[in-house]
Design a protein around this ligand. Structure first.
Ligand SMILES: [Zn+2]
Ligand SMILES: [Zn+2]
Length: 615
């Protein structure tokens, strides 16, 4: 990657538009800041000591954002259909302004920048991914780069598409056998698939796993037969599969036979195009391996399809309407969704979530606004990846993690929004069968208005995936089952009471009938960040910041007393709280001990926490 090779036909002083996704491995390209938290791995007892040692070696490999911060770019010609050159490697910048130029171009991470749009398209590549790719290619470097362009840049279904982060397919054991040999873990590939996937989950950004797609791509590039570019109107296509031939619509046909077009997208880009006789019915299907575009034929008349080297990409006229991408093959009808503040039609990526099929949601709030949503679908789910890719460096320092746990027997009855008037702040309102009302957000004192999103079960949350650094522009629910709804009883307002922390977020939980608690601690200070309460009716409620799989946590069963101590910390009006349930010894200075009765009130900011118990 040492050879600077800016094409002679490229004007100087343009922008070098960046998005944080590698064209070879499809993983995130991180900025320099170290934000990946420590994660805790517990291997099953049946795993032998020898295998444990191997896993330890793998997991002890560098696992930080600085590890893959150095990247380079390949860039395309004026219409992004072929390779034009590559840049030297450089340190991937944070979102926002930069003054760094690479080969005469200003590094830029503004998604809608006009100067980026006027420059060639660039595809970022991890330096180490590129080294592996180049070493494994059996064709010349120039030939490999030329072929790499379509594979790297066309991972995005069109130029400027918001990056879609899909989960990687299961590890290819043959490729892993090769990698196991040269990384000093020769027996790694012999592990059972489930164990391999578990190890990968906890070390997914390490070079070892990024090597797998790099080797696959190198093998593909070495044997592929390049095809020339073909551009056709999208509406003329009947079917297409990646690597295969396409079928065109010919002659007269009954319009209703194939009036709906569905494109399937995986981590390598558009993988399939098919026609359906009518829009598929939403039945709550969901996947994180694929994304989908489902459109009626009359809505795609302005879209062109480019076909080259077995890949397909869409091309839109300048400033034209793009097509929404969904996480379900059968999206709900947008006209039956109620959303706030903007309509979902303006969102490039729309997520649907069946609320009764998940174990919880982490909401990322900063300055009273909602900046990110992570859906927890399993016990091991961790919101750190959403935190790292959705939030700019500034936001990462300002954000609070608010966890909404949803127990398996509980049912979400109402989803709403509390709009704080004359302010961009909002709260998410949730009412469940087992724990009642939950208000997520800052709960500021200003005048507010409650907006009902849905009050009919089973409840489907729908929201627009925000671009990195932007707030969630559209949060809502699918009301397909009963669109005509009356307002449910008003949400319970708890008196916040006095709190010494300015602009703190507020949460509360009853202490009666608690069967167990899960207390989350700050790894460095040992102070309490948040608590999940599990009640005898199996309902769950969280206070403070409960960062699952990020912060260490202790479980206490059948707590009888809550002991706590809240203290100022340093000289900047920062407070921290220490919490113990059922202490075995009586602590002295400043500790209060309360029976499990009344309400616990918990205020918090990114660096401060304050707790009181009210009877
Ligand atoms: Zn990579
Ligand atoms: Zn720009």
């Amino acid at each position: 990657m040492a050879t600077p090779a800016l094409g002679t036909g490229v004007h100087d002083n343009g922008h070098l538009g960046l998005y944080p996704r590698c064209g070879i491995c499809a993983d995130i390209v991180f900025t320099n800041e170290r934000v990946i938290g420590r994660k805790y791995v517990s291997l099953p007892r049946s795993v032998s000591p020898r295998v444990r040692r191997g896993c330890k070696l793998l997991l002890s490999q560098p696992h930080s954002q600085t590890e893959n911060a150095y990247s380079a770019l390949v860039f395309g010609n004026s219409d992004s259909t072929s390779y034009l050159g590559h840049t030297r490697s450089f340190d991937f910048p944070p979102r926002g302004h930069t003054i760094t130029r690479v080969d005469g171009r200003l590094l830029c991470r503004y998604p809608d920048c006009k100067r980026c749009a006027a420059s060639p398209e660039f595809a970022p590549i991890h330096s180490d991914c590129f080294d592996v790719f180049r070493q494994q290619c059996s064709v010349s470097t120039s030939c490999a780069l030329d072929r790499l362009w379509t594979l790297a840049a066309w991972r995005h279904p069109w130029r400027g598409a918001q990056p879609i982060y899909l989960s990687a397919p299961r590890v290819d054991k043959d490729i892993l056998r090769t990698i196991s040999g040269f990384c000093g873990l020769p027996r790694l590939y012999t592990l059972p698939t489930e164990l391999l996937e578990m190890i990968r989950r906890y070390s997914r950004h390490s070079l070892l796993w990024r090597c797998v797609p790099a080797l696959q791509l190198a093998a593909h590039v070495s044997t592929m037969k390049p095809n020339p570019l073909l551009t056709v109107p999208l509406r003329d296509l009947l079917s297409w599969d990646r690597g295969g031939k396409f079928e065109r619509l010919v002659g007269f046909r009954v319009p209703s036979e194939s009036s709906t077009l569905r494109l399937t997208i995986d981590s390598a880009g558009i993988s399939k195009l098919e026609r359906l006789p009518k829009p598929p019915m939403y039945i709550g299907e969901y996947t994180n391996r694929f994304a989908y575009i489902v459109q009626e034929e009359e809505s795609i008349s302005h879209v062109m399809a480019q076909l080259k080297n077995g890949r397909l990409r869409l091309k839109f006229p300048v400033r034209s309407r793009i097509l929404p991408i969904w996480n379900t093959p059968a999206p709900p009808n947008l006209s039956l969704c109620k959303a706030y503040p903007a309509a979902l039609t303006s969102c490039p990526i729309i997520q649907t979530v069946e609320m009764n099929g998940i174990s919880g949601v982490t909401f990322f709030f900063a300055f009273g606004q909602l900046f990110g949503i992570h859906i927890h679908r399993s016990e091991e789910s961790c919101a750190m990846d959403t935190f790292a890719r959705n939030l700019s460096d500034r936001l990462q320092r300002s954000v609070v993690w608010i966890y909404l746990p949803i127990s398996r027997p509980d049912i979400i009855l109402v989803l709403g929004i509390r709009e704080v008037l004359r302010s961009p702040s909002l709260n998410v309102l949730v009412r469940t069968a087992l724990i009642g009302d939950v208000v997520v957000g800052s709960q500021s004192k200003g005048q507010a208005k409650d907006i009902l999103l849905d009050a009919s079960g089973p409840l489907t949350m729908v929201y627009g995936e925000p671009r990195e650094g932007d707030p969630v522009s559209s949060f809502g629910a699918y009301r397909g089952r009963s669109s005509d709804q009356t307002l449910p009883p008003p949400f319970r307002l708890i008196n916040r009471g006095p709190c010494p922390i300015n602009d703190a977020y507020f949460s509360w939980a009853p202490l009666r009938d608690v069967s167990s608690t899960l207390v989350f601690y700050d790894q460095e200070t040992g102070f309490c960040r948040g608590i999940v309460f599990c009640y005898q009716n199996r309902g769950l409620r969280a206070v403070g910041q409960c960062r699952l799989q990020v912060d260490p946590a202790d479980r206490f069963v059948q707590p009888v007393r809550l002991c706590f101590r809240t203290r100022p910390y340093g000289n900047q009006h920062i407070y921290n709280v220490q919490v113990k349930f059922n202490p075995t010894e009586t602590d002295s200075e400043g500790w209060e001990s309360r029976p499990m009765e009344g309400l616990v009130k918990f205020w918090f900011t990114p660096e401060s926490s304050f707790l009181v118990v009210e009877n």
